[in-house]
Design a protein around this ligand. Structure first.
Ligand SMILES: CC(C)(COP(=O)(O)OP(=O)(O)OC[C@H]1O[C@@H](n2cnc3c(N)ncnc32)[C@H](O)[C@@H]1OP(=O)(O)O)[C@@H](O)C(=O)NCCC(=O)NCCS
Length: 206
């Protein structure tokens, strides 16, 4: 999506940056893991296909993608994005009749980064961006029935089950924006800083 291509979201533990060409090699390396393919219901792609995918996601107005950086590593490594990459978080606006709903996907690929609150924070940052900048009024998530960590995380944030498929072995959860949930989200994310960088080919569009 072009809208977020120069947006950086700074949280306490994580920083979200748009998924760019420089991130593809490391991302592609992660996706060779069978565990991650299964948990994220993804098919393995060749490196060439991954580069094409990254380019198409940047242009596709239905897909908003951010790479998750570990904020500590980022600040201690002179803003080295590749060294700080730990995962990704995406919003897919798949419903052509309702542009105010999106499906969210999140992955903390680096095992050492899991269990420290980074996945939860990145999800909340993305939800805040989706509600504030994309005017979303509902967000859904499809999660494998056996993915206990992810189910716990989404339920804790307030997502509610709306359907269950025994065939695909997954549940669909939904988070609806209303006065209370929006207030809660704003409160949870009051520390964040959303920065729209100036257009700069050399800095952000590689
Ligand atoms: C699911 C995932 C994103 C969680 O990220 P994380 O950074 O490890 O999680 P956090 O440390 O932020 O924890 C957030 C919540 O997740 C749940 N959780 C995390 N680790 C857990 C564990 N080992 N067992 C049970 N629940 C766990 C808890 O509810 C936790 O909240 P709490 O700490 O307040 O109890 C991460 O494990 C992951 O990417 N897994 C592989 C890909 C995947 O499953 N993606 C989801 C598909 S949509």
């Amino acid at each position: 999506m072009k809208k977020n291509k120069n947006t950086i979201i700074h949280g306490r533990k994580t920083v979200l940056v748009p998924y760019r060409r420089v991130h593809v090699n490391k991302y592609h390396g992660w996706m060779q893991s069978e565990e991650l393919q299964e948990l994220t219901a993804s098919e393995p792609l060749s490196l060439e296909q991954e580069f094409r995918m990254q380019e198409s996601w940047l242009d596709d107005e239905d897909k908003c993608t951010f790479v998750i950086l570990d904020r500590n590593v980022y600040s201690q490594s002179n803003s080295d994005e590749i060294a700080s990459m730990i995962g990704d978080v995406n919003l897919f606006l798949n419903d052509i009749e309702n542009r105010q709903t999106a499906e969210v996907e999140i992955m903390v690929a680096e095992l050492h980064a899991r269990g420290q609150g980074m996945g939860k924070e990145a999800l909340l940052l993305m939800m805040r961006y989706g509600v504030e900048y994309l005017a979303l009024t509902s967000i859904t998530a499809k999660i494998g029935l056996a993915n206990e960590k992810s189910l716990n995380m989404f339920r804790k944030i307030g997502f509610k089950e709306i359907s269950r498929s025994e065939v695909f072995k997954e549940v669909t959860l939904e988070w609806l924006v209303d006065t209370d949930t929006k207030q809660w989200l704003w409160n949870e994310t009051k520390h964040i800083d959303i920065v729209m960088e100036e257009e700069s080919e050399s800095v952000l569009c590689t």
